[in-house]
Design a protein around this ligand. Structure first.
Ligand SMILES: Cc1ncc(COP(=O)(O)O)c(C=O)c1O
Length: 406
């Protein structure tokens, strides 16, 4: 792949202007490198990947494999062919490096020196730590405290990549101290984002690596969908069903939105999420703030409210109050269905995949497998389904063990 697909090109200009009614993309110059902002503002259908960045992406393991899950098919007793898009094979443990590396690369090329980033389960942090060090930037990470305490090994991975990791809410920021005084100890991605924004305010050498939500993260992760299109084409297959999970929407958007770029009939597309925070299936499609403080300009997207703090859950990466404006747009226009699933069903599905295919998937990805099991049970005619395995769960086995799911 020498170009990314730009999912903004799928949305009519007037609708994009509406989504961004209160946001000035060029006004985000402090937070993100100029090239990233240009990609964000672009409505061109493709964006060029610099050749040396392309080589780095190949070096870290792109394209990821597409494998058939025959034993899972047999166990489910289904006539469907099930394929897995295997982002768990990447060295940082998830798809996240696919979007972190371009951001760090463009930042380093433009003279930025330090990355300050928020992370939930630690997957964004691990990718940011890896990407930053690969291009010579320092990296500081604010990790949602609930996972900081539970996901010690992922914290160690970020530290091993050379990053400094803080628990969020942290006593080091005004925002963090306020939440701590209010007894908000578990934290959330929205709170960690507010801390990072406070730290980067007015620092020209610093930058953020966006983990999700923003349109350019979906353009960078479009490699998932573009690779999949090629892999399916090479195998002589056309997909009937695509299924992935949504936290902020970057893996799902990059995986699924390239399939809406067609003159024909697109496949059925299902976005899965947790019943603990059913953003797309239970939230409102309206303007809301992407951060917990309500300071960042509101975007038009599905949200359960920026003040919503969900209970602690094993799939920390899904604990976000809103979903990507682009994914939200296509859910609103019914090109994508959203389904909320119970945590125990998700854990059972993850175990089923481990028992049949031997793959230990990330807690977030377990919602996609649970969604698949539910979707196939309701369908009579066989077809080809692709499940996005957004990450590996080896460092999440404690979280799995903490859920009682016989
Ligand atoms: C493995 C994995 N999958 C999915 C997600 C959800 O994020 P997004 O919706 O941006 O893909 C996360 C978030 O941390 C994750 O770590």
């Amino acid at each position: 792949m020498t170009t990314w697909f730009n999912p903004r090109s799928l949305v009519p200009r007037t609708d994009l202007d509406d989504i961004y009614r209160y946001e000035s993309i060029s006004g985000q110059g402090g937070l993100f490198p100029q090239t990233v902002l240009e990609h964000w503002a672009s409505v061109a259908p493709t964006l060029p990947i610099p050749p040396d960045l392309h080589e780095m992406l190949l070096g870290v393991g792109r394209p990821t494999p597409l494998t058939r899950a025959r034993r899972l098919e047999q166990r489910l007793g289904t006539g469907w062919q099930i394929y897995l898009k295997r982002e768990d094979t990447l060295p940082n443990g998830s798809f996240k490096i696919t979007s972190a590396l371009p951001q760090a690369y463009f930042g380093a090329a433009e003279g930025r020196e330090r990355v300050v980033v928020e992370t939930g389960a630690g997957q964004t942090g691990a990718a940011a730590a890896m990407a930053s060090r690969m291009v010579g930037l320092s990296c500081e990470i604010y990790m949602v405290r609930a996972s900081y305490e539970r996901k010690l090994l992922r914290r160690r991975l970020m530290e091993f990549y050379g990053a400094t990791v803080h628990a969020s809410p942290s006593p080091g920021t005004v925002v963090g101290r306020r939440y701590l005084e209010q007894g908000q100890v578990d934290g959330s991605i929205a709170i960690a984002t507010s801390e990072v924004m406070e730290l980067l305010d007015g620092d020209p050498t610093g930058m953020n690596i966006a983990g999700s939500l923003l349109d350019f993260t979906l353009a960078y992760t479009s490699l998932l969908g573009l690779e999949l299109r090629t892999q399916l084409h090479t195998a002589g297959l056309s997909p009937d069903l695509l299924i992935g999970c949504v936290g902020g929407g970057s893996s799902f958007g990059g995986f699924a939105l390239p399939f809406l770029d067609t003159d024909g009939v697109p496949p059925e597309i299902i976005a899965t999420e947790s019943t603990a925070i059913p953003t797309l299936s239970g939230g409102r499609y309206d303007f809301d703030h992407p951060d917990g403080e309500g300071e960042a300009p509101p975007l038009k997207m599905y949200s359960v409210g920026h003040r919503f703090v969900p209970s602690a859950m094993h799939a920390t990466g899904l604990r976000y109050h809103a979903a990507s404006p682009l994914v939200s747009y296509f859910v609103h226009h019914k090109a994508i269905q959203a389904v909320a699933l119970d945590e125990r069903d998700a854990v059972r599905a993850a175990r089923l995949l481990a028992e049949t295919e031997g793959i230990v998937i990330a807690p977030e990805s377990s919602y996609s497998v649970a969604g698949l099991v539910e979707a196939l049970a309701a369908r009579e005619r066989p077809g080809v389904a692709v499940v996005l395995v957004s990450g590996s769960g080896h460092l999440d086995l404690d979280a799995y063990a903490s859920v009682d799911a016989p």
